[in-house]
Design a protein around this ligand. Sequence first.
Ligand SMILES: NC(=O)c1ccc[n+]([C@@H]2O[C@H](COP(=O)([O-])OP(=O)(O)OC[C@H]3O[C@@H](n4cnc5c(N)ncnc54)[C@H](OP(=O)(O)O)[C@@H]3O)[C@@H](O)[C@H]2O)c1
Length: 332
Amino acid sequence: MYSASESRYEKMKFNRCGKSGLKLPAVSLGLWHNFGDNGDFGNMEKMCFTAFDNGITHFDLANNYGPMEGAAEINFGKILRESMHRYRDEMIISTKAGYYMWPGPYGDWGSRKYLIASLDQSLQRMGLDYVDIFYHHRMDPETPLEETMEALEQIVRSGKALYVGISNYDGPTLEKATAILEDRHVPFIINQNRYNILDRTIEKNGLKEKSKELGKGIICFSPLAQGLLTDRYLDGIPEDSRIRTDGRFLKESQLSSEKVNSIRALNEIARRRGQTLAEMALAWNLKDEYITSVIIGASKPSQILDNIKAIENTSFSADELKEIDDIAIKIQ
Ligand SMILES: NC(=O)c1ccc[n+]([C@@H]2O[C@H](COP(=O)([O-])OP(=O)(O)OC[C@H]3O[C@@H](n4cnc5c(N)ncnc54)[C@H](OP(=O)(O)O)[C@@H]3O)[C@@H](O)[C@H]2O)c1
């Protein structure tokens, strides 16, 4: 029977999510990969326990995480039921809907019909009465924004989510969404976007600046660029790496020799700072007071332990930042 470590709150840093009352751990765990039908359940359990034992209270899911779609929620639900349910009130569990989930016109994008049905399914898969954060997963160019936001309002009013967030939105759409949700007193507190040393999209599309201005949190996904910003690919492609074991979202073709050279150069800066490249990459995100948390993925518990060390040193000199930018610009 799992019993959480007594020292679980000793090291983790908790950051306030924008201007809300909710604090999130600086490092959160995402279940996009390695929690599907093809994963090892014992390893999934160990990763959740390692995370929670070290202050990672936040577990991020989505309806479609697998493979197959829904499998990550089913496996996480099993872990909760069998081992972690007594810690439910110490946990922040999020899920999302917005990408393809089931056939036909009601299992994708941002209609009220899809979001409400999808969250009901997610709750059932995880065996929960409510999630802490429910996200709309991506902008929908066809559904009126009011309808999607009204669905988020309905979800909160029905008690199935405590807070709501939006993911993969840009600055102007975030502003419009905020106006609708605040008018209706919906607890919209967080943006979830990709942000890392190599991907600066949110600096360019206004999301980062607008979040700050509107008092919303930012939680960054793929902060390690799916493993590129680690020591994984410094000397070839390991057989147990994401490129080899999955290959759907991170492909060998994304690893040019120019990119490997740049990653080696970043690794050298990390070494000088006394960090692993993964630690430095996460620290780079967390240096910014407007970043609430980074959602890491992991294939083994040891990676989680390494990544948590990032919080020990999140300050960078101006020279280090410039050196990192100069390298990143070449391979963006
Ligand atoms: N909202 C959205 O649209 C969206 C999109 C994508 C992701 N997300 C969320 O963000 C989470 C994280 O995304 P991600 O998995 O791409 O994150 P990531 O942290 O950038 O990449 C995780 C991968 O990097 C490798 N890794 C992690 N720590 C390492 C270490 N210390 N040393 C060496 N390698 C290490 C592992 O790959 P190996 O398998 O090679 O070991 C791991 O699976 C997801 O689970 C999900 O919750 C959200």
